[in-house]
Design a protein around this ligand. Structure first.
Ligand SMILES: [Zn+2]
Length: 532
């Protein structure tokens, strides 16, 4: 089945056809950098990074652009409050954003343009719109005239009056029509400003995206992505000004992702219910967050709760335990396994037993889900089925214990390669992130929030290394700032030691942790911990 993509503009799934054969230009609206990123900011990047991974797997040469809005009213207000400059604030928050993206495995961004680096392009485009009669200067500002654009409102499928009624319209007596929007804003005293033919000022928000996307990807983008809340006015305005300027279609496929919710509310800085990513990463592995964001279809809202994250983590633990099992059976490391990075037909390479046929069937189903408007949620469901199939095969054929049949082992290996191939498409299991459930013990509840402490971190790392934990894993967790995970890993190792009646080792772990001020509490159903 060929790839089909839901296009907001046509309100239906369409066959995917790019402007240039084999090439895809993708633009995604990034954040206004005035406060540390919350989890909602990661939704778009993780989804579109996965879209890029899948398109690359399908053989396309993909360029992904996510912009940074580094001059805006919110930045100006926040910088004043913090007694700093807009530039310094933007720099600091951009660094936080990039760090979070990297941790969540968003590695596919080719350009991250900042609005302030494209002022020349923006001015040129505004001048072009004025020359064509689509925009007018008024008292140091420049506005786009929505009444001069015959199909304004087509993205949201509403006429301009309806749009005005439903939206917060910036009031200004300089505007000719209430729905007109600012392309250029004259500077007020003390605000960042650039020279322009209309006097000193700064660009409006919408024009930035049109100018930057066009410069980096050409007049027609294959995919323009962003959160559902950007559909109006941001994307409607981007579309109107871009097409008025170039007179060619601006975007082939408009893709809008659902928003992060906590309870019934959208997660947002202005609502004050945002979950700051850097804080979340102190309690959860980055892979858990990525997996969580991909379990829902991207067009649906994502419900955030701690319970949901725990559930997702338990799901991932099933995969981690299987990777350990695979290593016990084959002596190979799942993370070093080579698997096809581009789409082909399924080559069994081994006799087509019922098991291999089943693996091939699931492989096909996974790709069918991805072809159906990047249904990562459906694809993850298939990944779980594949995991069950592999575990069942290992059970039935008694692959552990050294007496396994050679042809069974080969078939098993083929199945695991399929799991690797498919999970790579979702950007999962790139590194041995977390293997907390070494012993498969009950749920470990981490309630304490860990304040950063370099000495304790070193102590934890030393203890883990002494106990034989993979050094790479330990360092990775430290890099991630996931100290809570280090403690949980030690709790699991203690549980495993006790299960093996190695009480001396169990006590060693408890006592060493106690010296660092970490108290373990054995409870029914697992061991918890707290800071003294
Ligand atoms: Zn934008």
């Amino acid at each position: 089945m060929p790839l089909r993509v839901y296009n907001t503009l046509s309100r239906q799934k369409e066959a995917f056809e790019t402007v240039l054969p084999g090439k895809v230009g993708m633009y995604v609206c990034g954040p206004t950098v005035y406060k540390p990123s919350h989890l909602g900011h990661m939704v778009g990047p993780v989804i579109f990074d996965t879209v890029k991974r899948y398109l690359k797997y399908a053989g396309y040469d993909v360029t992904l652009v996510i912009n940074i809005t580094d001059v805006d009213d919110k930045l100006i207000v926040q910088a004043k409050q913090q007694n700093t400059t807009v530039a310094e604030l933007a720099e600091r928050i951009t660094a936080d954003y990039r760090q979070n993206l990297e941790k969540l495995g968003v590695t596919g961004i080719d350009h991250m343009p900042r609005a302030t680096e494209y002022i020349g392009d923006i001015i040129q485009m505004i001048q072009g719109l004025i020359d064509k009669g689509h925009a007018y200067a008024a008292g140091g500002d420049v506005y786009f005239d929505v009444t001069r654009d015959a199909d304004y409102g087509k993205l949201c499928n509403r006429d301009p009056e309806q749009l005005e009624a439903g939206a917060r319209i910036e009031v200004s007596d300089r505007k000719r029509n209430p729905g007109d929007f600012a392309l250029w804003k004259g500077a007020k005293p003390g605000e960042p400003k650039w020279d322009s033919p209309w006097g000193p000022g700064r660009p409006g928000w919408h024009i930035e995206c049109s100018a930057m996307s066009m410069r980096l990807l050409g007049k027609t983008l294959d995919i323009h992505g962003g959160g559902l809340d950007l559909q109006f006015p941001h994307h409607e305005n981007e579309l109107a000004q871009s097409e008025s300027y170039t007179e060619v279609p601006f975007v082939r496929y408009w893709m809008h992702n659902g928003l992060m919710k906590t309870g019934n509310d959208k997660m947002s800085k202005s609502k004050g219910n945002e979950i700051v990513v850097a804080e979340l990463l102190r309690k959860h592995a980055a892979e858990t967050l990525r997996f969580f964001l991909l379990t829902t279809h991207y067009r649906r809202p994502i419900d955030y709760s701690e319970d949901r994250l725990d559930e997702v983590r338990r799901g991932l633990d099933g995969f981690y335990r299987f990777f350990d099992r695979y290593q016990r059976v084959t002596k190979n490391n799942f993370y070093e396994l080579k698997a096809p990075a581009s789409r082909g037909t399924f080559h069994p390479g081994v006799p087509e037993t019922a098991f291999v046929v089943d693996v091939a069937r699931l492989w096909t189903l996974f790709l069918e889900h991805m072809d159906d408007d990047f249904n990562t949620g459906g694809a993850i469901g298939i990944l779980y089925e594949l995991l069950t199939t592999l575990n069942r095969f290992a059970d039935n054929r008694q692959l552990e214990g050294g007496a396994a049949d050679a042809s069974d082992l080969k078939a098993f290996e083929r199945g695991v390669v399929a799991l690797r191939e498919l999970s790579q498409i979702l950007g999962l299991f790139r590194e041995p992130m977390v293997r907390a459930s070494l012993a498969g013990v009950g749920k470990v509840t981490a309630t304490a929030t860990v304040m950063h402490n370099a000495n304790r971190e070193t102590g934890l790392a030393q203890l883990l290394t002494e106990l034989g934990a993979e050094a790479r894993l330990v360092h990775l967790l430290i890099d991630l700032g996931a100290e809570a995970r280090l403690i949980e890993l030690l709790i699991d190792m203690r549980a495993e030691a006790r299960k093996e009646k190695n009480f001396a080792r169990g006590d060693q772990i408890r006592q060493t942790l106690a010296k660092m001020g970490i108290v373990l509490e054995d409870r029914p159903g697992g061991t918890g911990w707290r800071m003294e």
